[in-house]
Design a protein around this ligand. Structure first.
Ligand SMILES: C[S@@+](CC[C@H](N)C(=O)[O-])C[C@H]1O[C@@H](n2cnc3c(N)ncnc32)[C@H](O)[C@@H]1O
Length: 217
C-alpha cells in the first residue's frame, strides 16, 4: 500500500503519491494528537479524509474518542470503510459526504458537535476560498473548548520558509492548475477570524510542514 520511493505528484486521494505522503506524515501528526486531542470522551471530525488512512491509523490510539471521516468524493468511501474493517476499529463511523464549499451538505451533521476537527494536506491542491468553508463549517460544529487542526505545507507572510518548501510550491505551480500552490497561513487565519476563531498554535513539522491549531477567539 505504501511505496517507499517518492511517486510522481498526484493529488488523487487513492494515488501512490498520497499514500507515500501519508506514510511519512502520520506519525508526526499522531504525536501532536497525543498531546492535544481531548483526554476524555469526545468526538472528532476529519475534513477531506481521502483514502481514510489517517483517521483509521489514529483511531486505535484514542479509544475514548469517536471518529467521523468525511470527504466530498464518495468514490473514496469504500476504501475508508475497508481500512476501518482491517484495523477492526470500533470508534470510526462510516464516512459522510461533506463538501466544504457547499454549506447545504453540512446538514448531514445535523445537531452533532465535535471536540476536535482535523484536515490534512488539502490546501496545496485547493483554492484559498476553501478556507472560508472550513472555518464556517467548524464554527457551526465545534464545541466550546474544541480545536481545529490543519496540517500541510504553507507560506508564512507571503514567503516560502525553506528552499525545499519553495521547490515544492514551484513544482505545484508548474502544473498550471489554478488552485494548486502553497497558501499563506495569514490568509487561512483571516478566514478563521471571520468565524470567531483564532490561530492558537503553529507547530513546525518534519519536511517543512506545519500543524496549525485554531480555537475560539
Ligand atoms: C490530496 S487529498 C488528501 C487526502 C487526505 N487528507 C490525505 O492526507 O491523504 C485531498 C482531499 O480533499 C478532498 N476535497 C477536495 N475538495 C474538497 C471539498 N470542497 N470538500 C471536502 N473535501 C474536499 C478530496 O476529495 C481529497 O480526498
Amino acid at each position: 500500500m505504501f511505496p517507499s520511493d517518492k511517486p510522481q505528484l498526484d493529488p488523487y486521494p487513492l494515488s501512490p503519491y498520497v499514500a507515500w505522503a501519508g506514510k511519512r506524515n502520520r506519525d508526526p501528526i499522531l504525536e501532536v494528537f497525543k498531546e492535544r486531542l481531548p483526554k476524555n470522551e469526545g468526538a472528532v471530525l476529519e475534513f477531506a479524509s481521502g483514502s481514510g488512512m489517517h483517521i483509521n491509523y489514529f483511531a486505535p490510539y484514542f479509544q475514548h474518542l469517536n471518529f467521523q471521516p468525511s470527504d466530498v468524493n464518495e468514490e473514496v468511501f469504500e476504501n475508508i470503510q475497508q481500512l476501518t474493517q482491517q484495523t477492526g476499529a470500533k470508534n470510526v463511523q462510516p464516512p459522510i459526504k461533506l463538501d466544504l464549499t457547499q454549506p447545504g451538505t453540512w446538514s448531514v451533521l445535523s445537531e452533532k458537535k465535535f471536540d476536535a476537527i482535523f484536515c490534512i494536506n488539502l490546501f496545496q491542491v485547493a483554492p484559498i476560498a476553501l478556507a472560508d468553508g472550513i472555518m464556517a463549517c467548524t464554527e457551526s460544529v465545534l464545541n466550546d473548548s474544541g480545536l481545529l487542526f490543519i496540517y500541510g505545507p504553507f507560506k508564512v507572510e507571503g514567503k516560502y520558509t525553506t528552499p525545499s518548501n519553495e521547490e515544492f510550491g514551484e513544482t505545484l505551480l508548474s502544473y498550471g492548475v489554478p488552485e494548486w500552490g502553497l497558501k499563506d497561513i495569514a490568509d487561512i487565519t483571516k478566514a478563521a477570524q471571520k468565524h470567531g476563531l483564532a490561530l492558537k498554535d503553529k507547530i513546525d513539522m518534519p519536511s517543512n510542514n506545519f500543524t496549525l491549531i485554531y480555537g475560539w477567539a
